[in-house]
Unconditional design. Sequence first.
Length: 586
Amino acid sequence: MPPSPRPPRLTALRLLLPYLAAYRARIAAAGAALLVAALLVLGLGLGVKRLIDTGFAHAGTAALNHAALLMFGVITALAGATFVRFYLVSWLGERVAADLRAAMFNHVISLSPAFLDTARAGDVLARMTADVAVLQALIGWVLSQWLRNAVMLAGALVMLVVTSPKLAGIVIVVAPVVVVPIIVLGRRGRRLSRGAQDRVADLTAYAEETLAALRTVQAYTHEAIDRRRFGQEVARAVEAALRRVRASATVMLLVILLGFGAITFSLWVGGRDVIAGRLSGGELSAFIFYAVLVASSGAMMSELWGELQRAAGAAERIGELLAERPAIVAPADPQPLPRPMRGEIRFEAVDFCYPTRPGQRALAGLSLTVAPGETVALVGPSGAGKTTMLQLLLRFYDPQAGRVRIDGIDIARLDPAELRGCIALVAQEPVIFGDNAWENIRYGRPEASDAEVRAAARAAAAEAFLDALPEGFDTFLGEKGVQLSGGQRQRIAIARAILRDPPILLLDEATSALDAENEQAVQHALAAVARGRTTLVVAHRLATVRRADRIVVLDAGRVVAQGTHAELIGEGGLYARLAALQFTDA
């Protein structure tokens, strides 16, 4: 999502139209209330004229009472219309913001993992929160206020002409002088608004990254450096915001200076006409009222114009996110997997480079067949391509050349959801959600009963420590499982995979964080759950793969050897060298 090279345009706000269209009736009601309120404000001018000319000039108490009651009736109706308008537009702002956030979340989780290889999570969150909040303010306040003031400005100009064409001419002559600065400075305001929002996104991204790594920050006593860098990000965000504020304030200064300057001059001319008898006191008062409306409405519109520019920048940033297309999509006519599945896996001359490293091949012409129900261990040095194979099998990425097949079907012809539904993954860095143990394990199969969850935890050697928690399985595990040890988090992830009960099981360093006693228990559990299903095991600790049906040795994205532990030791190649480093008796 690169930043736009040009300042945002108001046309970016068209993004909101589909979301607003769902609430046409409420928008119509709010528009009617807005129009009624604006017309009633304009009607106050006529009330002022009648109050002065009829009540004061003729010194009639009855006429004064009648005029005052009429004014009070107009004010009561105005208050009611304003209440309806405010409630409806505030409701619309909240509702559209909720719909927009839901749409953004649903869209982002549909994107391929490759998207987050280059996008910053903090920037994505800023668009889903801060930028949506700007649009919420636009719908819930800014837009209705701008339209209300536009109606009053137009109506007040008409009433100025009706009240006194001569004085109205003075105001109208000055109007272009007021409008020109808005147009000229508006373009700069758009650019500054986008820049300010980008700086806020940078700030959010830095804070999110630092907080996610707080233990590392403190372990390396990096707090002072991070405080200084965050302060620098804050200063850049403030300076960008202040540049936008200065531009908006300059527009307001010119509008108020010129607008109210014209009113003052009109008062001077009108006062002379009242003295000369060419204008009544009520007419001059009404003119003043409408002139103040013109000036205040123009000033408010100029102030709100800056908010409209800011909203346009937010809409553009949100539009960029929603315009992202997933790299992995289901084909138009997906082919179903055979039922029951056999679980055969084939990599056929696969070449693959990560999008962030297009010139560096992670897999180079790799071919491998895994028989149904076979347990195959993938070993090799870091960067050999072991985890990459699992990512391609899950179709998080597509290879640049070659094919990956399951039961003879190219996985590119499958619906990714159906493909992933037949696979369970235990990642090297287990993911624990901010919930209790029941829901974390049930993530593997949402419809599972409590008894099935507990059985999966028992099989993963997790039941005992979960029961020992303050509230047992109901204990909140903390964000990212901070209340658990690394081994405990890994056992919950294994329980999740066991509960899923898939035809294909992928274990990426699944026991790397376990102590020897628990590792042995979990290894027995995994051996039991792997029986009858195809299993790929990635491991650096070779002791964990000695029971595999076959060990495949990878190096630089290629298969360099395969066989049993004894056979590979006898060959004396890369596997033997790796084993010599780990086994004193190798």
